[in-house]
Structure formats: C-alpha cells, structure tokens
Ligand binder design. Structure first.
Ligand code: SIN
Length: 187
C-alpha cells in the first residue's frame, strides 16, 4: 500500500500557533465539508490545474481496484477554483487522516472573490507519491472511475458531486466536465 502521510503532515507546524487560517478545497473538500469550520467562501489558487490523476485505494476504490480522485498539477497562468474554509489548527488532525492516501500539506496563496488573498493550505498529492496514477486517455480514466467503489462510496458519485459543486459555484472546469460526459452509462 501507500506511504501514510499523517506523521509527515503533523510535522508541518506552520499554522499551529494561528488562531485560524484558510484551507483551500478543490475536490471532495468542496462538497463534503465534514469538519468544523468558522466560515467558508469561494476562492481560487493560481498556477495550478485540477486533474483526476491520483489513485484512491481507501475512499473511492480499493487496493485491487483503485479509483481516481483529484490532485493539482503545476500549470503556469491557470486558475483553479474551489472553496476556502477558515479553520482552527486542531482540525488538521482529522483532515490529515481523511487525506492520508498520498496528500501532503502545502502552503499556497489563496485568492478570494473581492477581498484580496491570504496564505493558506492545500492537500496536494504530487507525482512522487505511491498512489499517483498520472494521465491516461479520457475514456480509460472515465472507465476506471465508472468501475471503482470504496468505503466512501462510488467513484462515479465523487466525480458527479464535484461537477455539480463546481456548477453551483459557477465554475467551468473542462477536465471535470469532459470526464463526466465520458462516463459509461450505468447498465
Ligand atoms: C481536496 O478536496 O482539496 C483534496 C482532494 C480530495 O479530498 O478530494
């Protein structure tokens, strides 16, 4: 299985002394906010693009049949839209467990619709983590997503929830909508 990132993440103490700080969600953290937060608002980060390139062996798939979930890739000039949550540092413990299959805490500037920016945190799965799958043809990725299911539910549901959540935010993400459109029908 994969490197458990929780110990590694707990050593990232940058925000420990902050009363609160911003976490930026770009995947399930947009539509599944099952953690305490003080406020939330739409936001974006710059020079990153969202991709279904991270394997999921623990939430939306299994070690035998991994699903695909989102991570971010560096993309000069791109904007990735999502949801920012103002949280207290103690919440990170539970987020580290939720995001344990390859995601590491990373500091980034987070931009808000009108009120400027703040330094915050993302959970990022980089290509060197064991669960990283990388790019594949669109139909292969959609086929894999259509088949996978894990303890948190189906991979299809993850993709469609993300598509709906982005739609609710008024955001169009070509990668997400292309994958959703390519999903084979349920038989
Ligand atoms: C995120 O949502 O920001 C990270 C990826 C995920 O948990 O789906």
């Amino acid at each position: 299985m994969t490197f458990d990132t929780t110990t590694h993440n707990s050593r990232m103490t940058h925000f420990d002394q902050h009363e609160s700080f911003w976490l930026f969600g770009y995947g399930s953290l947009i539509w599944k906010a099952d953690f305490p937060f003080l406020e939330r608002k739409p936001a974006w980060i710059e020079h990153w693009s969202r991709r279904f390139w991270q394997g999921s062996h623990d939430h939306r798939g299994t070690p035998e049949t991994p699903g695909r979930v989102v991570t971010l890739i560096r993309d000069q000039g791109a904007h990735c839209y999502g949801m920012a949550y103002r949280i207290q540092p103690t919440v990170l413990r539970q987020l580290d467990i939720r995001e344990k299959n390859g995601y590491l805490r990373e500091r980034v500037p987070i931009h808000f619709t009108s009120t400027g920016s703040a330094e915050g945190l993302i959970y990022l799965a980089t290509p060197d983590n064991d669960a990283f799958l990388g790019e594949a043809p669109l139909t292969a990725m959609a086929g894999q997503i259509a088949q996978a299911e894990g303890p948190s539910g189906s991979n299809r549901e993850y993709l469609l929830n993300l598509e709906r959540a982005l739609d609710d935010l008024g955001v169009s993400d070509g990668h997400v909508s292309a994958l959703a459109a390519a999903l084979p029908a349920i038989r």
